[in-house]
Design a protein around this ligand. Structure first.
Ligand code: 48F
Length: 260
């Protein structure tokens, strides 16, 4: 193709048709992950790898959530022995700082996890915010979506919705999906938010508290911590990836049993 023969409208056509094909295919999925931080990325990767049709919605431009910032902008993160196999699974390089404490680049961690999720076939929708859930009887049955700039701009624009069998709230300490469900439906569930820092406890609580919180709705990572009132843990990320793994396995087992 000659360089002076590039048609702008064909470029637009390629982008629009490719994106909309993904969007149309994602109107009904098995699993919808809300939030592209470490727990959401881990869960999305494992769900797609197990064969579930999986979509991930992230309201920011880039995926990765709190990974990029490392600790106080030092672009490194730490994880512990229990999480090593997951860092290996994503082909992330690391070194043992002292026995039991592993350190990795936060940039490499984010990049490796994002690439793995893309390559596993997860449909990714960044710049899309989850506003609400779709309800059927006493369970969640879908997500209500809008472009993320709509809400901050105060625009009165109705959302679109998709159907899904299982939803994962991996929105970090805001626990946005659970909060919306509780507020809108006057559900008796208090969301205390995270406690002050205690790394050992926070790491344990995050994994313990990850699971199904309402029929069809799961929480992981800092969202699980916020819902249960667990301690924050700072820039140690083992609990985040282990929490995503735990929830993914719960959903995969249920899906394999053919349960809604
Ligand atoms: O906060 P985030 O990284 O969640 P996480 O997986 O990991 C927490 C750690 O990063 C860190 C930590 C160390 O262990 O404590 O904080 O629990 O990622 C949450 C993502 O969800 C997106 C948000 O932009 C972020 O990238 N998000 C939040 N609300 C919405 C959303 C929403 N309503 N719709 C779509 N995405």
């Amino acid at each position: 193709m000659a360089r002076d023969n590039i048609e702008e409208h064909i470029i637009s056509q390629a982008i629009i048709s490719d994106y909309y094909q993904d969007l149309l295919e994602s109107l009904q999925v098995d699993a919808a992950v809300v939030g592209g931080g470490p727990s959401g990325l881990t869960a999305a990767y494992l769900l797609a790898r197990a064969g579930l049709k999986t979509a991930l919605f992230e309201r920011r431009l880039s995926l990765g959530g709190g990974i990029w910032g490392g600790g106080m902008m030092f672009n490194r993160l730490v994880f512990q022995e229990e999480a090593r196999s997951l860092f290996d699974l994503f082909h992330i390089r690391y070194r043992e700082h002292v026995p039991g404490y592993y350190v990795a680049s936060s940039v490499e961690t984010a990049a490796a996890m994002i690439l793995a999720v893309c390559r596993e076939g997860v449909k990714i929708f960044n710049l899309v915010a989850v506003e609400d859930v779709v309800l059927r009887e006493n369970r969640v049955a879908g997500l209500v979506l809008n472009w993320s700039p709509v809400e901050p701009a105060g625009l009165h624009i109705d959302p679109l919705a998709i159907r899904c069998r299982y939803i994962l709230d991996a929105t970090g300490h805001e626990a946005q999906v659970v909060k919306r469900l509780v507020e809108k439906n006057r559900i008796e569930l208090s969301i205390p938010g995270e406690r002050s820092m205690w790394a050992a406890r926070g790491e344990r609580e995050t994994v313990e508290c990850s699971g199904e919180i309402f029929p069809g709705l799961y929480v992981s990572g800092m969202a699980a911590n916020a819902v249960a009132g667990g301690h924050r843990m700072g820039p140690i990320f083992g609990g985040m990836v282990l929490s995503g793994q735990k929830v993914a396995q719960m959903i995969i087992d249920r899906w394999k049993r053919g349960e809604p």
